[in-house]
Design a protein around this ligand. Structure first.
Ligand SMILES: [Zn+2]
Length: 300
């Protein structure tokens, strides 16, 4: 018995104190075909990609997408330059003063007052199919009310799952989050002169090319129209990015919004990461309700 208690104590010490990589409690697995006949949204997050490093990387797929995109290379992602506040500002459309998060923790969240993109979309269109897929479990905690919410062990497995779901049960809105660039940045430096960091970004572009192959196939075969929005949550300097909101390379990031049939490259000026969420909702014909008290504005 003593041995059993000791074993339990050891297990608690190993697993009990940390929730790192513990799946979201309400993990969801319903891969449901979307209800919108034409317009869809695919959101792709690349964690921790500095703008100058993105420009220094060889990203053939992204370069080609830019030719039918709205884009901005100085998107203000606001203060508190870590991931949970960053992705929350993007997916809730409000700054930390409203959503309440200033570090990588959900403790002081004001999500009940300032809801996420999925919760708001469901108020208007309850039957939408909504999914979120990530390598990083905390990304799954930023939204609620999904049909499908899953974490994957690697970005490679994540990419395979995105392709599978887009091919077999495409939702109306899919959020995805890749972690590789941020992991490499922490390991060996967020810098355009770090070849390993650039290689990490280039791997994201290879994955993007595979995903876009399916998007283009769907558009041609089913007459769907996909907004594909790609962005990041912060840049970085040295081996980190926390508390760096006075650094341009950490605070000012990039956003690319590809639309079918746009056929030109349009630069947007003075945009902020909180503007992305209302812009995605507008694409699926959900106008901003003033009651939501968003900080973000629809971009086009
Ligand atoms: Zn991050």
């Amino acid at each position: 018995m003593k041995k059993l208690i000791l074993f339990s104590v050891i297990l608690f010490l190993i697993f009990g104190c940390s929730d790192k990589f513990k799946p979201k409690n309400e993990i969801r697995t319903e891969c449901k075909q979307g209800i919108e006949p034409v317009r869809k949204v695919l959101f792709i997050g690349w964690d921790g990609v500095r703008t100058d490093a993105l420009l220094a990387s060889k990203t053939a797929c992204l370069d080609s997408m830019l030719n039918s995109s709205y884009y901005n290379l100085q998107t203000d992602r606001g203060t508190y330059t870590v991931s949970v506040p960053g992705w929350t500002s993007i997916l809730h459309g409000v700054w930390p003063e409203k959503h309440g998060l200033t570090e990588n923790s959900f403790e002081n969240s004001n999500y009940s007052k300032y809801a996420d993109i999925f919760s708001l979309a469901r108020q208007i269109k309850p039957n939408l199919s909504l999914s979120t897929l990530s390598h990083w479990d905390d990304f799954l905690r930023i939204t609620e009310h999904e049909n499908f919410a899953q974490r994957y062990e690697t970005d490679h497995l994540l990419k395979e799952a995105i392709k599978h779901n887009l091919s077999n049960c495409p939702p109306d809105v899919m959020l995805t989050h890749f972690d590789t660039p941020d992991a490499i940045g922490h390991d060996s430096g967020f810098s355009p002169s770090n070849s390993m960091y650039l290689k990490g970004i280039e791997l994201m572009d290879i994955y993007l090319n595979e995903i876009m192959g399916i998007i283009e196939w769907r558009e041609q075969t089913y007459n769907e129209e996909w907004m594909v929005l790609i962005t990041t949550d912060h840049g970085g300097e040295g081996n980190g990015h926390g508390n760096q909101y006075d650094l341009i390379q950490t605070r000012f990031v990039w956003s690319i919004i590809r639309l079918p049939n746009l056929n030109q490259k349009i630069e947007l000026s003075n945009i902020r990461s909180v503007d992305l969420m209302p812009t995605m909702l507008k694409w699926i014909n959900i106008p901003v309700n003033p009651i939501w008290d968003l900080d973000g504005q629809v971009l086009f």
